[in-house]
Ligand binder design. Structure first.
Ligand SMILES: Cc1ncc(COP(=O)(O)O)c(C=O)c1O
Length: 414
């Protein structure tokens, strides 16, 4: 382990304490001490209901919460801080868009293009929005390697197209999409692009203005922040036109029996008591990522993925889902082992204290499209090491023999 690896690992208490080789970062990441301390600092020094009191604690809590919004806006280069809405997670962010933008913009005959590689969070809400509004869902299929052809998108768009819903990075193949090019195609057709950034925002720098995305959703817990805080970025001109998603406290301007007016964005979309401790945890996570730097994060993670990918390619009966190059896999590799169910694969890994995920990873349509019912997924984070990837490869080499396949016995015993 290098000195810099040791330093990074020392910042994550659970990574330090646990014997687990944690390769399930696509599901959620571990939290560094600075994030845990910031959450504690919130509850120990300034906890009060933000935006509701005129006393010192509440004012401090409000200022800290709004400062977290400013840090988040700068992190993704939003034009205006009011374009950042705090939610519970990416799922809630995407539901907000489908309900609220759907109610404002979709009508019978309109078309919503949804990529087949979406997590259910950016798939099911559009199906439901289409049921509510009469708009039609049109599917954007990928090639067998998980890549999306831009010419196919050009063929799908027409004068009825209102939305393209697509991820920036797939949570199954790790395939990165060309979001700026997709945005330009959909804008030319008069529609908007809704990007699920859950698997991209933690790993590479995001610039919503340069990419010209209309909405971007992501979760704090996949980027070293706590669970329970997520983000929806939306262009202000769209947010202004949209009706609220949830109704209740703190999202109004004035309420009487006769008349209701709603607050301006972002507060119009943040009904009820907010998760101030979570927002501060997110702020600390962003500061942590910024301190390490995306150049170091991405060099580290792509190096780990290359090591894993090259090793996996040499193991008989292991099939990698998605692109043929290591560089096609951004932080994630999903795979199958011939003749062994992914749940058995991940159980064998679990017995060796290696955390992976098995199943369809909430992306069943993509698995069906690629002709596999389930896969095992490894996904890396900033604290993983080359040694851990070697451990992962050692166990992977032994799986078939452990399941009783005689042809792999010798390989296992080497
Ligand atoms: C690509 C993608 N989108 C959306 C989600 C949903 O995230 P959350 O459960 O935090 O809402 C996930 C989580 O696994 C994901 O990987």
């Amino acid at each position: 382990m290098t000195e810099s690896e040791r330093k990074i690992r020392a910042e994550f208490p659970l990574i330090e304490k646990s014997r687990c080789v944690y390769l399930d970062n696509g599901a959620t990441t571990q939290k560094p001490g600075c994030v845990l301390e910031e959450i504690n600092r919130y509850y120990e020094t300034m906890n009060a209901n933000p935006m509701r009191g005129l006393y010192e604690l509440s004012v401090e809590a409000t200022e800290a919460y709004e400062n977290a919004r400013v840090i988040t806006a700068n992190f993704i280069n939003a034009k205006d801080v009011s374009e950042i809405i705090f939610t519970r997670n990416a799922t809630e962010s995407l539901n907000l868009v489908t309900y609220s933008y759907g109610a404002f913009a979709l009508k019978p005959g309109d078309e919503v293009i949804v990529s087949v590689a979406e997590h259910h969070s950016n798939f099911l809400p559009w199906i439901e929005a289409s049921r509510r509004t009469g708009a039609k869902v049109v599917y954007y299929d990928c090639a067998p390697d998980g890549s999306f052809d831009l010419d196919e998108l050009k063929r799908l768009v027409n004068s009825h197209t209102k939305v393209l819903a697509v991820n920036a990075v797939s949570n199954v193949t790790g395939q990165k999409n060309d979001i700026p090019a997709m945005a330009s195609i959909i804008h030319e057709a008069g529609g908007i692009i809704v990007v699920d950034g859950s698997q991209s925002v933690p790993h590479e720098s995001t610039d919503v203005q340069a990419a010209d995305v209309d909405f971007l959703a992501f979760s704090g817990h996949k980027m070293y922040a706590p669970m329970g805080i997520g983000v929806l970025y939306g262009k202000r001109e769209l947010l202004d036109k949209m009706p609220p998603f949830l109704y209740g406290g703190e999202m109004i301007e004035t309420v009487s029996k006769e008349r209701v007016t709603y607050a301006a964005p972002p507060h119009k979309f943040e009904a009820g008591t907010v998760n101030a401790g979570g927002a501060l945890g997110l702020k600390a996570a962003i500061e942590y990522i910024t301190k390490v730097g995306f150049s170091q994060i991405s060099a580290k993670e792509s190096g780990l993925i290359k090591l894993a990918f090259d090793g996996m390619q040499e193991i008989p009966h292991v099939k990698i889902i998605g692109g043929a190059e290591a560089s096609d896999h951004h932080g994630i590799i999903s795979f199958t082992v011939d003749g062994v169910h992914p749940h058995d694969v991940s159980e064998i890994f679990a017995a060796e204290n290696i955390a992976l995920r098995a199943g369809h990873h909430c992306a069943e349509p993509l698995h069906r499209h690629l002709g596999v019912m389930s896969t095992t997924r490894m996904s890396v984070g900033v604290y993983n090491t080359c040694g851990e990837i070697e451990q992962f490869l050692d166990v992977l080499r032994s799986i078939r023999a452990r399941m009783g396949y005689k042809d792999d016995r010798q390989y296992f015993l080497q």
